[in-house]
Ligand binder design. Sequence first.
Ligand SMILES: Nc1ncnc2c1ncn2[C@@H]1O[C@H](COP(=O)(O)OP(=O)(O)O)[C@@H](O)[C@H]1O
Ligand SMILES: [Mg+2]
Length: 265
Amino acid sequence: MPSHLEIEHLSKHFPLRSGLFGGHGGEVRAVDDVSLTVERGEILGLVGESGCGKSTLSRLVMQLIPPTAGTIRIAGDTLTGLPAGEVRRRRRDFQMIFQDPYASLNPRLTIYSTLAEALRTRHPRLSGSSLIDSVAALMDRVGLDPGFMRKYPHEFSGGQRQRIAIARALAPEPQLILADEPVSALDVSIQSQILNLLRQLRRDLGLTMIFISHDLAVVRYIADRIAVMQAGKIVEIGEADRVFHEPTADYTRTLLAAIPRIASR
Ligand SMILES: Nc1ncnc2c1ncn2[C@@H]1O[C@H](COP(=O)(O)OP(=O)(O)O)[C@@H](O)[C@H]1O
Ligand SMILES: [Mg+2]
């Protein structure tokens, strides 16, 4: 069986604009010849400093931007180079969760409307009481009281809003979740609740996940394996405990040294 996600020699270079008249300013190698696999049901943690290319890598996997080079396969099927309509159809199978749930939720839509719309991408005919039941079930799954489905995003706390964003990501019944810094904007006390929710969802739904953070301690808490990214390249990848306790790359040691003492015990 092929791995759930296979990334081969993936690159994304952005042109650098230099000066007023354009000119040839070179390029940023945001993602630079990355190869990795993620197994079904696995949580791969992707860690590295701001600007190392983590979000670009996830946008490539989501097919939101075209790669400069390389291939992406999901369950053995090559995604790169598919027609737009086909990409849209398949995008239901992989969903993203972002750092700032407030920015990613429409403030004018109730939770019901947001989740109903997302549910309909998979089940267009869902309506009436069965739609309400499905919204309630989704809210329940992410630890939200379904009694609040007629409320608006601003009526919730940051942690609750992230739960709404997670529910919306789950609505199309994806198999792969890309979570890009999903707890970075949350209070530390709330972070572990959201991390535990993601772990539970993985367990209950058999989800495959790429969990992105600049914080190695957070990644270690949730990930089975950790990939360490620096300047567009994966400099180390392995079992989470091994990477944490016996890093092989100098750069991983630098990240470890930056973790506050209490978190690294
Ligand atoms: N659309 C873009 N155009 C030009 N450069 C970009 C674009 N998106 C990202 N970059 C550059 O690519 C590099 C990686 O960015 P990003 O993937 O956002 O890193 P991270 O998520 O790890 O902070 C950065 O140097 C960033 O400035
Ligand atoms: Mg980013």
